[in-house]
Design a binder for this molecule. Structure first.
Ligand SMILES: C[S@@+](CC[C@H](N)C(=O)[O-])C[C@H]1O[C@@H](n2cnc3c(N)ncnc32)[C@H](O)[C@@H]1O
Length: 330
């Protein structure tokens, strides 16, 4: 099957549009990349797919969050934003003790997959008025953004793109987008590029606003002020490989997240390595003595240490950033 972006009239997209609009259509339009039956797991491996240790760590974080809310709520909410096919929630429910009082809610633009655990609610938008843990693994990098490029005269302009991936410069960046660039990612001289993260800040703030109390966590590949990539990070993924970003529905379109710009009051940014260490996940090998006293346990512990090492690896998943945003009772 071929996937082709279409304009609103349903014809192949030969027109020039800003990247945010092009990515919106290519990822979430009627024939968009994330509508495809294989789901994200068919194209790349996230921490969720890498090991059940990840879901177990989120289950522990949920229990700690619930403990902090103990006196206020009977049932604690677990909201997974950008839930893919519900893999993380399925893993967390399996890792929680029997009878743990949780309301599990997947927030996803794609349809509910057949056969999903009926305890998992499926919604298009984050619920409101809930207390508990809101978790978003690799969601914000898929919230479409505009791209700015500085022209030869030093003016940041919107990058326009066609459905075949060809680009050209459009109007000068203006209004709230220009203010965002000035504040968070002033691009350097001619040729420099930046992704305008404002829609992600707004999406994150809206999701967090649905929590009455608890903790909101966004996990993504990220950069911070002072160390932004000078030419941006917009790229594509398909079939497990990085590809040229072509907004035709045939590949993922993603860009690293300025998580420091998303962070609200009291938020903390830590590496995945550190966040998982706090939740008891480490890549330490089991003691050799276990090999002789209990060989089967030794083999299991060794496999688990290998998975933990992947989740915390420098240069890999361990370099992801966790944005931890506490929400005091409103
Ligand atoms: C990279 S996948 C991550 C899936 C899963 N969280 C994981 O880590 O394996 C991003 C997911 O976010 C979903 N998504 C993007 N924007 C969304 C939105 N505004 N609301 C709900 N889901 C969204 C996409 O459909 C896609 O399934």
């Amino acid at each position: 099957m071929t996937y082709q972006a279409t304009n609103e009239a349903g014809h192949a997209g030969a027109e020039w549009v800003p990247w945010r609009q092009a990515a919106e259509r290519a990822l979430y339009g009627p024939r968009g990349f994330y509508r495809r039956p294989e789901g994200p797991a068919g194209h790349f491996r996230t921490s969720v797919h890498a090991s059940p240790l990840y879901a177990a760590a989120v289950a522990r974080l949920l229990r700690e969050t619930a403990e902090g809310l103990r006196t206020r709520v009977g049932e604690v909410a677990l909201v997974d934003v950008g839930a893919g096919r519900g893999e993380l929630l399925t893993g967390v429910l399996a890792a929680l003790p029997d009878g743990f009082p949780v309301r599990a809610c997947a927030v996803e633009r794609a349809d509910r997959p057949p056969g999903l655990d009926p305890r998992i609610e499926w919604a298009e938008r984050p619920p409101t008025g809930i207390s508990g843990l809101l978790f978003a693994n690799e969601w914000l990098d898929n919230v479409p953004v505009d791209v700015a490029e500085v022209d030869y005269a030093g003016v940041p302009r919107y990058v326009m793109v066609r459905a075949d991936g060809e680009e050209r410069l459009g109007d000068p960046v203006s209004g709230a987008d220009a203010a965002w660039l000035d504040r968070w990612w002033p691009p350097a001289g001619p040729g420099a590029r930046a992704e305008i993260g404002r829609p992600r800040d707004e999406a994150w703030a809206a999701a967090v606003a649905g929590l009455d109390a608890g903790l909101a966590v966004a996990v993504d590949y990220a950069h911070r002020a002072g160390a932004r990539p000078p030419f941006g990070t917009l790229t594509g993924f398909s079939g497990g490989r990085e590809v040229r970003p072509v907004p035709d529905g045939g590949c993922d379109i993603t860009a690293h997240v300025a998580l420091d710009a998303c962070a609200g009051p009291g938020a903390e940014l830590v590496s995945q390595r550190e966040a998982l260490r706090r939740l008891g996940v480490s890549g330490a090998r089991p003691p050799l003595s276990l090999a002789s006293s209990d060989p089967a346990a030794y083999v299991r512990a060794l496999a688990s240490a290998g998975e933990a090492a992947e989740l915390t690896a420098p240069g890999g998943l361990g370099d992801f950033t966790w944005l931890l945003q506490p929400v005091p009772a409103r």
